[in-house]
Design a protein around this ligand. Structure first.
Ligand SMILES: *Cc1c(COP(=O)(O)O)cnc(C)c1O
Length: 402
């Protein structure tokens, strides 16, 4: 690279990534093959349209690349091409969700999505997102006692509200989601069931988390979280007389996007192949073991874990604990301070609201910790024990006056 400033900054970021302990639940480290596809000449090509139906000439190779990505996506999630369709063109997770609603929810229609402070995503109809401006959100939450989904409550709410679409799959919900129950709820309410498995897709691919495909009408996912691919997204749709697949394709292009990023699609194809291997199954299982070790170790040192633990790749830790410091010396640390103190010691996390948070979103009561990135770097249970011990020491040294 001849640009000295950008070159220096890329090297600095590369070094930073090597030096820190990365517990950001939505991040991961891609392979060199994924990087190579991303940084290839494929970025030069315009390929508006879909394979076999492009608006520009010179697309016989890009057609092959996109078709390969589609084939690999269906194979990885064990889907039959006559039952499921996949669109691999969405530029990222948020545009993918926007495309689904654009395609299948009438303007102003109701999106039933989890509220942000309980672990939902902005694009599940939150009012600051376009998805909450063009459609109206029916927000749902989790149970205040169990801190998990209450399916009976959800059923009642859905039947009363009759949303056009029920959205499940969250950014800060550590437990197994009962997809079959959500299917029943969506059907009882006459709603489509959309699962946004952005956080979970690597675990689903690796057999470490239940697949939503037997139950959902539509599945969206980013490709850069547990799936360990480039920043991108995919939309899967059931193929039947409702023509969800065709409506969603039209919403992606020409509805919302122009030319697809073929270099990115090629990189997704590379990641999908990598995920379709025994080593990735072991990786997915290790992610869960690692974060469960982290949860157990923090819990034994007095820290409160939301819902008591985790079945996935992430945990939510209540660092504030209503401002109280318990006998173990844990608590009384607001989320923002917790994440700042940890960063000073090279442990990168994000501050996060906990369900029913009494503190403001900019300085909430907790932090979110995930194990996917460190597991990619080879971390095992013993490493997670060390990380938990470091987190405990750092947070217990925090000033307790606020
Ligand atoms: C990360 C995420 C998104 C958005 O993905 P971007 O690529 O950041 O736009 C959407 N939904 C869920 C559940 C996510 O976790």
């Amino acid at each position: 690279m001849k640009d000295p400033q950008i070159k220096k900054l890329i090297l600095a970021e590369k070094k930073r990534q090597k030096q820190v302990v990365n517990l950001i639940a939505s991040e991961n480290y891609v392979s060199n093959d994924v990087l190579e596809a991303l940084g290839s000449e494929l970025t030069n090509k315009y390929a508006e349209g879909y394979p076999g139906k492009r608006y520009y000439g010179g697309n016989e190779i890009t057609d092959k690349i996109e078709r390969l990505a589609i084939e690999r996506a269906l194979k990885l999630f064990k889907l039959k091409p006559d039952e499921w369709h996949v669109n691999v063109q969405p530029l990222s997770g948020s545009p993918a969700n926007l495309a689904v609603y654009t395609g299948v929810v009438p303007p102003g229609g109701k999106i039933m999505g989890m509220s942000l402070d309980h672990g939902g995503h902005l694009t599940h109809g939150h009012k600051v997102s376009a998805t909450g401006k063009f459609w109206s959100q029916v927000p749902y939450g989790i149970d205040s006692v169990t801190e998990t989904l209450n399916y009976d409550q959800l059923l009642e709410q859905a039947v009363n509200e009759k949303p056009a679409i029920l959205v499940a799959g969250f950014t800060a919900y550590p437990r197994i989601i009962d997809w079959a129950k959500l299917r029943e709820i969506a059907s009882a309410a006459g709603a489509l069931l959309m699962v946004d498995m952005s956080h979970l897709s690597g675990l689903v691919a690796g057999g470490a988390y239940p697949s939503p495909f037997p139950y959902a009408d539509i599945v969206t996912t980013t490709t850069h979280k547990t799936l360990r691919g480039p920043r991108s997204a995919m939309i899967f749709a059931k193929k039947d007389s409702r023509e969800l697949d065709k409506k969603i394709d039209k919403a992606v292009f020409p509805g919302l996007q122009g030319g697809p990023h073929i270099n990115q699609i090629a990189a997704v194809a590379v990641a999908l192949r990598e995920a379709d291997a025994p080593a990735f199954r072991r990786y997915a299982a290790q992610i869960v073991k690692n974060v469960q070790t982290l949860a157990g170790e923090l819990k034994s040192r007095g820290w409160r874990i939301i819902s008591g633990g985790t079945d996935s790749h992430l945990i939510l830790v209540d660092t504030w604990m209503s401002g109280l410091v318990n006998e173990a010396g844990a608590g009384g640390v607001p989320g923002k301070l917790a994440s700042e103190l940890l960063e000073k010691e090279g442990i990168i996390v994000n501050k996060n609201a906990i369900p029913f948070d009494s503190r403001p979103p900019a300085d909430p009561s907790g932090i979110r910790l995930g194990s996917a990135a460190e597991t990619t770097r080879g971390a095992k249970e013993k490493d997670m024990k060390k990380i938990a011990a470091r987190i405990d020491v750092i947070l217990k040294k925090a000033p307790k006056k606020h």
